[in-house]
Design a protein around this ligand. Structure first.
Ligand SMILES: Cc1cc2nc3c(=O)[nH]c(=O)nc-3n(C[C@H](O)[C@H](O)[C@H](O)COP(=O)(O)OP(=O)(O)OC[C@H]3O[C@@H](n4cnc5c(N)ncnc54)[C@H](O)[C@@H]3O)c2cc1C
Length: 402
């Protein structure tokens, strides 16, 4: 068996398959493998999420068929990966909402996966670039079996099973490529148009000018997009940047955001701002910005109040209508992003090999002997360790199917 891509999914799949007795060759075009694991989680790899809902794991994932990932994720749960981390003596901690990080560094996860490959007798070729790939059906071509002949910079390779684990398009400077999508298309499989996800959002032109001075400000918000059945909301931290919005709240919502549609933000979640301002008007002679600063960070209060001359006064002199409008702009601020920061800043790529052309049990495609695992598949997780959990679970589903 040949696995292309020595990242999270490829390394894990190769090690498992090798330990199950398969002869495995793992190839990667980069000199340095698993670069995304190395840079993940701020260098500490948020390697899984303990809060993954084992009864409905698909809740934390998006894709053309959100239920596709259910089988693999319920057969390889976070606890199984945690057990492996324990076995390798890696210390870890929970940071926020079930997110597990290494105490030391993400290199420990890479070393663990390499040790698992070693235990499985996996042969590794890297850097090794792949060229033309041709499939020859065995016998009369109706049995389903056959083999792949692959040209590579280390010579020709022949294999009945080809596993593609080449990931998505984000962070092209560390080895991302469209290899998986091109190969899928070569064999007539459908590909859902890739797009950056878990990515900061931008607000072009002059519209952002009044907010650019807030760059660096972070605060907890409720953020929402979509309507009716497509509505999605997160309660997370927001970060103002020079070009737009970032932070966990925006990364999470970016995977659901559709170009042209608005985001709605509540800067004081859980607080009735209208009532708080009306009550302050009855008892206080302080300026409105000062009263608002009791509810939201003062930089935000100054910026919001500064936009309206009717609000540059003591709160007891403010018109009820002006206070109500201010409360609405704090609790339901609507803004339409002009775009995203793109693959250069995206943590993942949404879209990918269409799950309608893959088996949710084994990850084999409709093309016999050709498998796709990890981020190259149209399955995208939330921020917080879910994407690695998908890499482990899809790799496990594939490796245990042989
Ligand atoms: C900055 C950043 C931080 C992240 N932090 C987290 C986190 O903390 N938790 C989390 O769950 N997820 C995180 N992610 C997402 C996570 O890294 C990916 O979802 C995960 O690595 C996907 O695994 P994969 O094996 O499918 O692909 P990758 O890990 O990207 O591996 C793909 C491999 O394929 C190789 N390859 C590509 N093209 C070719 C080719 N043509 N020929 C041969 N080899 C090829 C690449 O060199 C690479 O080694 C983060 C991503 C980024 C960018």
């Amino acid at each position: 068996m040949v696995v292309v891509g020595a990242g999270a999914a490829g390394l894990f799949c190769a090690g498992l398959a090798g330990q199950r007795g398969l002869k495995v060759l793992l190839v990667d075009h980069s000199e340095k493998i698993a670069e995304k694991i190395r840079i993940s989680g701020g260098g500490r790899a948020n390697f899984t999420n303990r809060d993954l809902d084992v009864r409905a794991p698909q809740r934390h994932f998006i894709g053309g068929n959100p239920n596709f990932c259910r089988s693999a994720l319920s057969r390889y749960a976070p606890q199984q990966f945690i057990d492996l981390v324990h076995k390798h003596g890696i210390a870890y901690h929970e940071k926020h909402k079930g997110q597990l990080f290494c105490d030391g560094s993400s290199q420990q996860i890479i070393d663990m996966l390499l040790a698992e490959c070693e235990a499985g007798g996996v042969t590794r070729w890297q850097p090794c670039k792949l060229g033309k790939i041709v499939f020859s059906a065995a016998g009369d071509g109706t049995s389903g079996a056959g083999s792949y002949r692959i040209d590579s910079t280390r010579g020709p390779i022949e294999t009945p099973r080809l596993v593609v684990a080449t990931g998505g398009l984000s962070i092209p400077q560390i080895g991302a490529s469209d290899f998986g999508y091109r190969l899928a298309e070569q064999f007539g499989l459908r590909v859902v148009t890739p797009r950056p996800a878990l990515v900061p959002l931008t607000f072009g032109g002059d519209a952002w000018a009044p907010y650019a001075e807030l760059a660096g400000l972070a605060l907890p918000v409720r953020i929402e997009t979509g309507a009716r059945k497509e509505k999605m909301a997160f309660l997370e931290d927001l970060l103002f940047t020079h070009r737009g919005l970032s932070g966990p709240a925006v990364l999470q919502i970016s995977s659901y955001w559709k170009p042209g549609s608005p985001l709605t933000l509540d800067f004081a979640p859980g607080v009735d701002v209208a009532e708080a301002l009306a009550e302050a008007k009855l008892r206080s002679k302080k300026r409105i910005a000062n009263e608002l600063a009791a509810l939201v960070p003062s930089r935000l209060a100054d910026a919001w109040v500064g936009q309206d001359p009717a609000l540059q006064r003591p709160i007891n002199e403010a018109a009820d209508k002006a206070l109500a409008a201010l409360a609405e702009r704090i609790a339901r601020w609507q803004i339409i992003p002009s775009g995203t920061e793109g693959y250069k800043k995206a943590e993942v790529t949404a879209g990918g090999v269409d799950t309608r052309d893959l088996s949710s049990q084994t990850m084999e495609s409709k093309q016999p002997g050709l498998y796709f695992i990890g981020e190259v598949v149209d399955v995208t997780g939330w921020l917080g360790g879910y994407n690695f959990q998908w890499a482990w679970a899809s790799a496990h589903a594939c490796a245990t199917s042989f």
